[in-house]
Design a protein around this ligand. Structure first.
Ligand SMILES: Cc1cc2nc3c(=O)[nH]c(=O)nc-3n(C[C@H](O)[C@H](O)[C@H](O)COP(=O)(O)OP(=O)(O)OC[C@H]3O[C@@H](n4cnc5c(N)ncnc54)[C@H](O)[C@@H]3O)c2cc1C
Length: 420
């Protein structure tokens, strides 16, 4: 059997690539080892399918801290707004939620995946599910895909869209890295991103804050000079193993990178009250205490942060919560205010890549033509999606990168294969 374009991997990048290849006239085959296509896409955005993000293009790129700038050329061909138009053209109405996240109006991932499958069918793309690819042989005129059952498929252009290594039960088990290496590509260090972090702090081990969620805090990752490498203002969660929640996931790649550089532990800092300065906070409380000397300490601070967090910080600073506020020394007041603004704790690792939302690292973007996704090292070879060394925050950014690179790879693979 031979095809003009063969796409390995039916995630968002491969589905988009196969559609684009077929729309551009290529006889196209899409292969996936799973029993269903788009498994990871379907569980994104809490199972409602976070198709893309509506923020301006520059913002989308900023939210892809792992080589997002590489995508400028591809975005000039097909960008996040084109993804929205594409789905609306397929009859999938989209709606915007917080932070520009776009979801199907139906709130059902099925509607997105089915629309892609219907489009593939309309375009006569041959689909093979339950079909693991075992190896790839690169030839001069065409390439050969070798299936696990030893069947061989020839193709003029090959698109590798098998994803990274995160959440392998969805099918992404890192199979494509060996094929890319065989073609001469560099695979940059693979690491987990968008991943919960581990901490050995006594308060974590003793589960003092387990299950506590802090809303709208500023969470920073500090370097060894105590300077913030990155700060994210979102919610965070204390768990039995460490920390998680949106702010932690966003900070996680910066922690993991420090650990990869050899740090044994990384300091994180929580500002629970980012809208007020430490000085103003101190003066406000001082006035409050002067005006209400008989109030208990707890009552003076009540409502400013969740009660459990306040109790924890008061205990940490050796302050009796039921003591009269007038009895609290200036020094202790300053210390508790400092903790409200700069509570520091150490993290020592992350959960494994299997539990990460996204893979960091992958096929080096330096070896990929940015406006076509073609390999600079092997003719007729294209890459798209998470297998590339591109990663972003959750919120539709990775899916956008996958669909944009998929679209561009599919179009160009079709043109190249039709020209041969
Ligand atoms: C729980 C969860 C939630 C997420 N939420 C978000 C979110 O809200 N926003 C966001 O931007 N990103 C999110 N992501 C990340 C996003 O889903 C991925 O970045 C995206 O799916 C990557 O697309 P892809 O096409 O590159 O790879 P994948 O979606 O991983 O697809 C790869 C496909 O290749 C197939 N394959 C692999 N090896 C072989 C082989 N040897 N032979 C044949 N087929 C093979 C697999 O079966 C799979 O179908 C989330 C991820 C997870 C796990």
């Amino acid at each position: 059997m031979s095809y003009q374009v063969t796409v390995i991997g039916g995630g968002p990048s491969g589905l988009m690539a196969a559609i684009a290849a077929a729309e551009n006239g290529a006889k196209t085959l899409l292969i996936d080892k799973g029993n269903k296509l788009g498994k990871k896409l379907a569980i994104s955005g809490g199972g409602r399918c976070n198709v893309t993000n509506r923020l301006p293009q520059d913002e989308v790129i900023k939210h892809l801290p792992g080589n997002g700038r590489f995508l400028y050329s591809a975005f000039s061909v097909f960008n996040n707004y084109d993804i929205i138009d594409f789905f609306e053209g397929l009859g999938v109405g989209l709606k915007e939620e917080d932070h520009g996240r776009m979801f199907p109006v139906s709130n059902s991932a099925k509607s997105v995946v089915n629309a892609l499958l219907n489009r593939l069918e309309e375009l006569n793309v041959t689909i093979r599910t339950n079909s693991p690819v075992e190896a790839v042989h690169f030839g001069n005129e065409e390439h050969t895909v070798i299936m696990a059952n030893k069947e061989k498929i020839n193709t003029n252009a090959l698109i590798i869209a098998v994803g990274g290594k995160a959440v392998p039960y969805t099918g992404s088990t890192g199979d494509g890295y060996a094929w890319a290496k065989k073609a001469g590509h560099t695979i940059t260090q693979i690491y987990p991103t968008e991943v919960p972090l581990l901490s050995k702090e006594p308060f974590i081990k003793e589960k003092k804050l387990q299950g506590l969620s802090l809303r709208d805090v500023s969470l920073s990752v500090l370097n060894n000079k105590q300077k913030a490498i990155i700060t994210h203002r979102m919610d965070m969660l204390f768990t039995h193993f460490g920390v998680s929640g949106p702010a932690v996931l966003r900070c996680s790649q910066f922690v993991v990178k420090e650990l990869l550089k050899g740090a044994k532990k990384v300091t994180m800092e929580v500002d629970a009250l980012p809208d007020i300065s430490e000085e103003d906070l101190y003066n406000d409380y001082l006035t409050n205490i002067k005006e209400n000397p008989k109030k208990t300490v707890k009552n003076v601070f009540k409502g400013v942060v969740p009660e459990r967090y306040l109790d924890f910080l008061l205990e940490k600073n050796d302050i009796q919560s039921d003591d009269r506020s007038a009895n609290i020394s200036r020094e202790k007041l300053a210390n508790v205010i400092k903790d409200l603004k700069h509570f520091q704790f150490e993290v020592t690792g992350s959960q494994p890549i299997e539990k990460a939302f996204v893979t960091g690292g992958g096929v080096s973007t330096k070896e990929i033509v940015p406006n076509t996704m073609r390999s600079k090292l092997m003719e007729g070879l294209f890459f798209c999606g998470e297998i590339l060394d591109i990663h972003g925050y959750t919120g539709g950014y990775n899916i956008t990168a996958a669909m944009v690179t998929g679209r561009v790879a599919g179009m160009n693979a079709a043109w190249e294969s039709l020209a041969t």
